[in-house]
Design a binder for this molecule. Structure first.
Ligand code: 5GP
Ligand code: MN
Length: 330
């Protein structure tokens, strides 16, 4: 049964409703998801910069550290895993790029729904906010933020433009993925005109690799398997491989895109078996909905990019993921 309150929460908030709420509040906490990427951080930092220009108090909450390749983002050094002790009770917590609050980690204080704004572009967002600005057609959470900034009529500084272009370049894979529409390219052109340095962002997020990451990539590719008549490509990275390469979890980012790029592959999976749990990344090439496959195992994401955490052995994770993919048509 859907009660009217739940239905009200499930509704997508209008841009005007969201900016009225942003104007009304005086203090904000921008929340980014665990293992943050350029979208969750860039979107929060951009909105934070804009709100500060309106005289608001802004904090940034992230359970872990900002990854090495995102420390160039303006204000990245302000991101903290601590909640300020003197935060006003009516501070608005702005979750960016998350389909559910669990994606923010386990250390957040209990929050009341009335103090949550949810800005996202994932499929199957659980609408956990009082206001849910969930625009599934947007390429990034950052472009959702850009619509808000335009309505707020704040000046897009080079710093804000840098944060926003980073969200787009992250989630379009440097303008390579299918979500790179003509509108996305026009928005990106505007951001470059506002002072974002596309080449610098590309270098920061796609180059700058540690040699340890390259060695790990080599190992992961040399042990990759092709199954289901070549439609499914997968590989495993574990603690021993990280240690052998001198790598860490941040060095795994690029592996999956190479698995998906193999000719004939429809779905790629990367199993990261670290610390007694298995983090699984899934990527599809357009036929199979990997968001639905991940959702079968309590994960989520997008049609072509999703992820989940499996609590069990890597062999069990492999079996469960293959079953979920087959149920989605692999
Ligand atoms: P990645 O493979 O890069 O970790 O994640 C790909 C996509 O899936 C991202 O959009 C991310 O937000 C989503 N995703 C990854 N892990 C999870 C998860 O455990 N739960 C949910 N709901 N989404 C996830
Ligand atoms: Mn995103």
């Amino acid at each position: 049964m859907i009660d009217s309150k739940a239905a009200e929460h499930a509704r997508t908030a209008s841009t005007d409703e969201v900016i009225a709420e942003l104007r009304r509040r005086s203090a904000f906490v921008m929340v980014s998801h665990v293992k943050p990427d350029g979208d969750t951080l860039g979107a929060g930092l951009a909105l934070g910069l804009a709100l500060r220009s309106l005289g608001k108090r802004v904090h940034y909450y992230q359970e872990g550290l900002v990854p090495r390749n995102l420390r160039f983002l303006p204000d990245a050094e302000k991101v903290s895993s601590e909640v300020p002790a003197d935060l006003p009770a009516d501070a608005l917590w702005v979750f960016g790029d998350m389909s559910d609050t669990g994606r923010a980690g386990e250390k957040l204080p209990p929050l009341e729904r009335q103090n949550i704004l949810n800005i996202d572009h994932h499929l199957a967002n659980t609408r956990f906010g009082a206001l849910n600005y969930v625009l599934e057609k947007e390429c990034s959470t950052g472009t959702c933020v850009m619509h808000l900034l335009r309505a707020l009529k704040v000046a897009i500084t080079p710093e804000i433009a840098t944060c926003l272009l980073t969200t787009i370049m992250t989630d379009t894979g440097g303008f390579m993925h299918s979500n790179t529409t003509s509108e996305v390219l026009h928005l990106s052109a505007d951001l470059i005109a506002f002072g974002a340095d596309r080449e610098e962002i590309a270098n920061q997020i796609f180059a700058n690799k540690r040699v340890a990451a390259m060695r790990l990539l080599g190992q992961a590719l040399s042990t990759a398997q092709l199954d289901d008549d070549g439609r499914y490509c997968w590989t495993i990275v574990d603690d021993a491989m990280l240690a052998a390469c001198g790598a860490d979890g941040e060095d795994t980012e690029d592996i999956i895109q190479h698995l998906r790029a193999v000719d004939g592959v429809e779905v790629a999976a990367l199993f990261k078996a670290f610390d007694n749990e298995v983090r699984v990344s899934l990527r599809g090439n357009g036929r199979i909905n990997v968001q639905e496959a991940a959702a079968r195992l309590d994960g989520g994401g997008h049609f072509r990019a999703s992820g989940l955490t499996y609590h069990g052995s890597v062999a069990q994770a492999q079996g469960a993921v293959r079953e979920a993919l087959r149920a989605e048509g692999l």
